[in-house]
Structure formats: structure tokens, C-alpha cells
Write a new protein. Sequence first.
Length: 121
Amino acid sequence: MNLRTSCTAIAVLLSLACHPSRPVVDPGPRPDVGGSISGIVSASDGSPLGARKVVAVNTATGARVEASSTATGGYTMRVPPGTYRLEVETRPGETLAVTPDPTEVDPGDLDAGRNFVVARR
């Protein structure tokens, strides 16, 4: 084997060492990414209700996550995994015509369509 062949063989071996054929596995703890809850707050006539506080209450722990509805009535909140009861702020003379059922959120879930309809007297 000459010097040139030896250098080529060494270069090939070094390049294989830098590019393992197996995936790198990180056995460390994973962050809890949780999931999302979203919906729309609207009046019974269909108009959006912005600037309304929406609260997700974890039914097991009582932990609360808050968000506000946008000008289009939409809201989205990130929550840890769990089952949540949803509440929305009402104002004098208003009642809730539609309230979403409790929702179970798993890691990575997007629980959409959790809508509220507010009736005005």
C-alpha cells in the first residue's frame, strides 16, 4: 500500500466517523409541550365579541389559564395536558346561550371550535 492509498483510506474512515449511520438519541427528559384550545366568542346575532376574557380551568387541579378574544372574537391559549372547563366574561344584561363542554387536551392537541355565544337581554 502506498502513501496515497493510505491517506485516502484514512480520509474515508474519518469521514465515516463524522457521519454516524444511526440517529442520535437524546435520553434526557422531554419538555411538556401541552396543547391548545381555541374558539370564537360571538353575540347571538353572530357579531364577534372582542376583548372578552376567556378562562380555561383545569378540572383536576384548579389551575387557570387566561386569554382575551380578539376584535374578530377569536381566542387561542396554550395549556398543559388535562381536562378543562371553559368560562367567558359576561357583562351586565348578558347571559350565555352556548358554552362549550369540558375538553380534554393531550400533548400537541389543537382543540378548536370551543365557541361561546352570548345573548343580550
